[in-house]
Design a protein around this ligand. Structure first.
Ligand SMILES: [Ca+2]
Length: 329
């Protein structure tokens, strides 16, 4: 209740100021707060400052787990059942709202189970969280510059690592794969060890109705630059990066892409920020020895509900009135 009252106060201050706060604190999740051995439902994400309007798979296929942890004692286990593909039945989806920004950094740690299957006879899957904006153009859509963009991390045959993005380029109406590489060699994800992925996405400039090709995607693997794609155009309108998209599942459109056996991946220490200084994985000295302590200090309670939840201030006030009524009665 104390947390809710504080959130109400922050939201009220924000509304009186005429909108959401101009600078969002980094979003961080160490998975240390929630109770172990239970699913991490959307309400639990929200209690940790992560807000999404909908999800798939959180109740059925996640667990706050103590088996492995990159920080502290807990991480998030995601389940990919044998024979299942598509986010309805495999992994999780949830578009977590961000304060819209021209450029964002997103970092997470992931650990594949030692028996993780890359697929049955065809191999493609989405991994972890990506960045998107506007209508989040994907799934074979043509990205016109008015229906958004997205960029996610994937695996292919043998666990080959790639970034998979939808921009305004002509990619036969499907996204573009770019293999992650270190020193000219393709990266293959190892199993049974923690690995770190950082993605940066910078939206292109739009001025005077012209979309300039200065958008970028960069990916770091264990702190080393593994892809840097430049000269991109994502938008012709004012869309910004507004979503940290948890999007992980097997597929591909057929059961050939499903895992040959029950598969699990663990996630920990997710950080999203417009400021690279918040991403300790990119510092030359790396993350602090006790990252959990440092990350906990950065986390709640200052997180403000991001703007995309409300189309205008009137609806925001209506929601806020209902919210106040609920917690004060
Ligand atoms: Ca942790």
């Amino acid at each position: 209740m104390k947390r809710m009252r504080r959130a109400a106060l922050v939201l009220l201050t924000s509304l009186l100021a005429g909108g959401a706060a101009t600078h969002a604190a980094p979003l961080v999740n160490t998975f240390e707060r929630p109770e172990a051995d239970k699913p991490y439902a959307l309400a639990e994400w929200a209690a940790d400052g992560w807000n999404a309007p909908w999800e798939l798979g959180m109740d059925a296929r996640t667990l706050i787990d103590t088996r492995y942890a990159n920080s502290g004692d807990q991480s998030l286990r995601v389940f990919y059942p044998q024979g299942k593909f598509d986010p309805q039945d495999s992994g999780v989806l949830a578009p977590f709202a961000l304060e819209p920004g021209q450029e964002y950094y997103l970092s997470y740690w992931v650990r594949f189970d030692e028996n993780f299957s890359w697929g049955t006879t065809s191999y493609a899957g989405k991994l972890g969280l990506g960045l998107s904006g506007g209508g989040a153009c994907s799934d074979g859509e043509t990205c016109t510059g008015y229906n958004g963009f997205n960029s996610r991390i994937s695996w292919r045959s043998g666990g080959q690592a790639a970034v998979y993005y939808y921009d305004m380029g002509n990619h036969s109406n499907y996204g573009q794969y770019v293999a992650l590489q270190l020193e000219g060699e393709d990266i293959y994800y190892p199993k049974d060890e923690w690995i770190n992925i950082v993605q940066r996405l910078k939206v292109n400039t739009v001025k005077g109705g012209h979309a300039y090709p200065d958008g970028e995607i960069q990916v770091w693997y264990n702190g080393e630059s593994a892809a840097h794609i430049t000269d991109l155009r994502f938008v012709r309108n004012r869309d910004k990066v507004d979503t940290a998209y948890f999007s992980t599942f097997f597929g591909g459109a057929t059961a050939a892409f499903a895992p040959a056996g029950d598969s699990y991946a663990w996630y920990d220490d997710i950080t999203v920020s417009a400021d690279p200084a918040d991403i300790c994985e990119l510092r030359s000295e790396g993350c602090p020895a006790d990252p959990d302590q440092v990350r906990s200090d950065q986390a709640l309670p200052e997180q403000v509900l991001p703007e995309p939840f409300f189309s205008d201030h009137a609806s925001a006030r209506a929601v806020f009135s209902a919210f106040l009524h609920k917690i004060l009665k």
